[in-house]
Design a protein around this ligand. Structure first.
Ligand code: ZN
Length: 543
């Protein structure tokens, strides 16, 4: 039902009234290879904000739009004139979602006739550049490889580096001015300092002082991530940082809860269902983890698939000095739950347990996963170094698997202790639906493989069963025992740091059966969206 209305809104949404240009039309039309992006309105309770906070948000959104404009240039060039050459509204919409004519969810395959493959370095570099050319030119001018420069050719064809604050001078000046205005409205001293230093960074490309100030922010309700940040858009060197912004509002209730659970970690660690050898370390209790509503995404963060969590800063010098902050974006998760998880549960979960798949449990499982990374041990028990070193390429999948299953273990414990009030069945059924969501596009990635391991492990223990209609059910009693058993197994595998045993474990549990594969194909046939596209801005917020 919900799926149907999402698709209906999608159809209405694509019928835009943009002025059609008289330029020659690209021949491509939308086809079934397009991923489905369902629209979602990004809102939050603005009545909980102070008057001055409400005045800040439009300024921050305007500053974010300057990052949007810079990112369009970095990813493609003149996106607006490209869109004007396209006649099919669905293709126009897809080009805007992808910030160019290449499909971000399909290995950047071109979907507009005649554009050719995406240049590896996007538009950060001249399109005809080779890796050998930039490497050799960078020996005389290291600024060519700086994360904060655009690379262009001079009139003689030589490569030149142009700093972002010069190349994007007008945009960065405007954004900086808006941050200064917002800083004047900020009552929280940490936020005021950060906004002032970030404005200065946009003018100079010196981001470190503002990154340090960002780590010091503790009590602010309004939150802003802005600037050139991630390096993924540069497929040539992985060097150039792409502009983006998130305007965020802190969810105080959840942020306080997360701090409370972090403080309970030492006691939870002692209670882990495994031999004492594997729980000798004492977890840290000051995890910098918070929950937020996003009210605006811009640039890199808004291109293609939408991020639902932020872990920054990337500057390793700042990380060494102050660590990182982890921000969980609650309403963006709600979007993915509504348009993907809920309809997926209708296809794969037995009818009588579908109501147990809830957003509250989904968000809870995600938060407990984050906190549960702090449980267990970082060093192998034999004194042979860290778990990461011992398990090499299997480390990430096992660590993610640990956090997922210990997250459920935490839910069991906290419900028992009266610290968390929610039906355990909801957490279990939602966890199962979450596994399906993660393996929908295959089990090849570390994350997909980690999900397959717990699916097969739980199935083997009788905690998950399939009926003749291809629907899956959770058996709560068997599930509780299976959670404890898998927790213990993973903690032992990590603590022993036995690479060969881990490889055998991954081999044994990490595969998709043909039966499950055919069930997953029903999800694709049902036309369930792949991702979301936001309707956002001051009007949506009612400001
Ligand atoms: Zn994780």
């Amino acid at each position: 039902m919900r799926l149907f209305s999402a698709l209906l809104i999608l159809l209405l949404f694509t019928a835009c009234d943009r002025d059609m240009s008289t330029l020659p039309a690209a021949g491509t039309t939308a086809d079934s290879s397009f991923a489905i992006y369902a629209p979602f309105r990004l809102t939050t309770d603005v009545s909980a904000l102070t008057e001055r906070e409400r005045q800040m948000i439009p300024l921050l959104i305007e500053a974010a739009k300057e990052m949007e404009a810079a990112f369009k240039e970095e990813a493609y060039g003149n996106l607006d004139s490209l869109v004007q050459t396209i006649t099919d509204p669905a293709v126009q919409r897809y080009a805007r979602i992808n910030y160019g004519p290449w499909d971000r969810l399909n290995d950047n395959a071109p979907f507009v006739a005649g554009v050719g493959p995406k240049p590896a370095g996007a538009n950060f570099y001249p399109a005809d550049i080779t890796q050998a050319e930039i490497e050799s030119a960078a020996e005389r001018d290291p600024a060519l490889k700086s994360q904060y420069t655009m690379v262009r050719r001079d009139s003689a064809g030589a490569l030149v580096a142009i700093p972002y604050h010069t190349f994007f001078a007008e945009k960065m000046q405007r954004a900086a001015g808006l941050l200064d205005q917002a800083a004047a409205l900020a009552d929280d001293p940490g936020l005021k300092t950060y906004l002032t230093l970030r404005a200065e960074a946009l003018r100079t490309d010196n981001y470190q002082p503002s990154d340090l100030a960002w780590m010091d922010m503790k009590d602010n309700t309004i939150e802003l991530v802005i600037g050139p940040i991630e390096n993924y858009e540069d497929g040539l060197l992985g060097a150039k940082a792409a502009h983006e912004a998130f305007v965020l509002v802190k969810d105080r209730a959840w942020s306080d809860r997360l701090a409370r659970y972090a403080s309970l970690l030492p006691a939870l660690q002692r209670g882990l269902p495994v031999e004492n050898t594997y729980k000798q370390e004492t977890p840290g209790t000051d995890s910098d983890l918070g929950a937020y509503d996003a009210v605006y995404y811009a640039g890199d963060s808004n291109a293609g698939s939408k991020t639902i969590a932020i872990n920054l800063p990337n500057d390793e010098a700042v990380q060494l000095q102050k660590g990182t902050r982890r921000l969980q974006l609650k309403n963006a998760m709600q979007a993915k739950f509504d348009v993907i998880m809920d309809p997926l549960a209708d296809v794969l979960i037995v009818p009588e347990q579908r109501d147990n798949v809830t957003f509250d449990a989904f968000f809870g499982n995600t938060m407990f996963h984050e906190v549960a990374h702090g449980l267990g041990i970082k060093n192998t028990v034999g004194g042979g170094g860290t778990v990461r070193e011992a398990l090499r390429e299997h480390y990430s999948a096992l660590e993610e698997g640990k956090a997922d299953v210990l997250g459920l273990y935490m839910v069991q414990q906290l419900i028992e202790q009266g610290e968390w009030d929610a039906p355990l069945e909801d957490h279990y059924a939602t966890f199962l639906a979450g596994i399906f969501r993660s393996i929908r596009f295959g089990a090849a990635s570390a994350h997909g493989r980690a999900n397959m391991i717990r699916f097969n492990y739980f199935a083997e223990k009788g905690a998950i069963a399939r009926d003749e209609n291809g629907h899956y059910r959770v058996n709560p009693e068997a599930m509780q025992a299976a959670v404890n058993a898998l927790s213990a197994d993973i903690l032992r595998l990590q603590g022993d740091g036995d690479y060969a045993r881990v490889a055998a474990f991954v081999d044994r549990y990490g595969t998709v059966s043909p039966e499950l594969q055919s069930d997953l194909e029903r999800v694709n046939a049902a036309g369930i969206p792949t991702d979301i596209v936001f309707e956002q801005g001051v009007d949506v917020l009612g400001l």
